[in-house]
Write a protein that binds this ligand. Structure first.
Ligand SMILES: CSC[C@H]1O[C@H](OP(=O)(O)O)[C@H](O)[C@@H]1O
Length: 349
């Protein structure tokens, strides 16, 4: 599944598989301008840290395309659009990472003298970022697949699969890597209330790939681990602080605590772009609050009484001491994370 984010030359637009309607409907969402990209990010037409970064990269191209080339202040027009794009969602560092990479590449390229050249340059760079992400996910799969044993049942939380990246996935990349090595892997996909990325997206992806998957209610985690039905846990990440604390979908830290209690290895899988040198620890990671309707409704069905307030905190922080290892495209990072992240990840930037 590498075509859920597709640039159409014919339409001069980014075509997204609308993840809000999966698995029931496979529907395209067309982004013809930056506002469409911001809407798609904020409403989770497309979601998942690396996928957000790739989509934002194409959003920079669309920003260059919609500014009037006759405007003498065209560069300010582009920059203001990029600033708005970078604010679309606060937690996944990949969004700001992608926008900053596009901006820096422009500023470092003295050959770009007009808006048309900038647009062409950015379209090429967005395509490069998309290809790099798939390659990173497959490298994560090779390193992570080695951690799995034939016959393992792996629990995952939310969706860190092809749909959360440019393709192949991070946590699901580890699972696909194990399967590609000939290992018989089964998956328990936590449904992941309230947006149900596990029940709707992870189950959709793995079922299409004929990888055995069972959906579990989030509340079943402890019982499944107590019954020794879980051999390993692998999840994705939205931002990894310099000390190894991990921001990921709400509920992840609870799974990590239970995994530690039951003696089950807990791995995080993420590309280097998810590590943030400017965030020293998890307490500094901004956590997104999302619209109450995601909790009060399942689809169009209201499940909570009108007038009753709800919590809809979209991420939580897993302390680094609960993490067995972080699988990246450069290898598996093990504790002491402050030192190993600095030497393996930040040193190579
Ligand atoms: C491969 S990163 C996927 C990461 O993003 C998800 O959040 P959201 O669906 O809100 O974008 C979740 O935290 C996944 O682990």
């Amino acid at each position: 599944m590498e075509d859920h984010i597709r640039f159409s030359e014919e339409q001069d637009a980014l075509i997204l598989l609308d993840q809000r309607y999966l698995p029931v409907r496979e529907e395209a969402f067309v982004c013809s301008g930056v506002k469409d990209i911001i809407y798609a990010l904020q409403t989770m037409v497309v979601r998942g840290a690396p996928a957000i970064g790739v989509t934002a990269a194409y959003g920079c191209y669309l920003a260059a395309r919609e500014v009037d080339p006759a405007d003498p202040h065209w560069s300010e027009g582009v920059m203001s659009r990029l600033d708005k794009l970078a604010q679309a969602r606060p937690t996944a560092v990949n969004l700001k990472w992608a926008v900053n990479r596009m901006r820096a590449a422009w500023q470092d390229n003295e050959a770009i003298t007009n808006l048309g050249e900038l647009a062409d340059f950015w379209l090429s760079l967005a395509r490069q970022i998309q290809a790099e992400d798939i390659a990173m996910c497959k490298a994560i799969g090779r390193f992570g697949g080695e951690l799995l044993e034939d016959g393992d049942t792996v629990m995952t939380h939310c969706n860190a699969g092809a749909l959360a990246t440019a393709g192949y996935g991070t946590a699901l990349g580890v699972i696909r890597g194990g399967v590609d090595m000939g290992k018989r892997i089964q998956v328990i996909a936590n449904e992941t209330r309230p947006f149900l990325q596990g029940a709707r997206l992870t189950a959709y992806e793995l079922h299409k790939d004929n990888i055995p998957v069972k959906v579990a209610c989030d509340n079943a985690c402890s019982l499944l681990m107590a019954r020794k039905l879980v051999h390993k846990v692998v999840v994705g990440a939205d931002r990894i602080a310099a000390n190894g604390d991990v921001a990921n979908k709400i509920g992840t830290s609870g799974v990590a605590i239970l995994a530690r209690h039951y003696g089950i290895p807990f791995y995080v899988a993420a590309p280097s772009s998810t590590f943030d040198p400017d965030t020293p620890d998890g307490n500094r990671i901004p956590i997104e609050d999302r619209p109450p309707r995601e909790v009060t409704h399942v689809g169009d069905v209201q499940i909570t009484p009108s007038g009753v307030e709800v919590f809809n905190v979209a991420f939580d922080i897993t302390p680094n001491e609960l993490i067995t290892g972080i699988v990246t495209e450069q290898g598996v990072v093990y504790p002491p994370y402050g030192e190993t992240i600095a030497s393996m990840i930040f040193h190579n930037r």
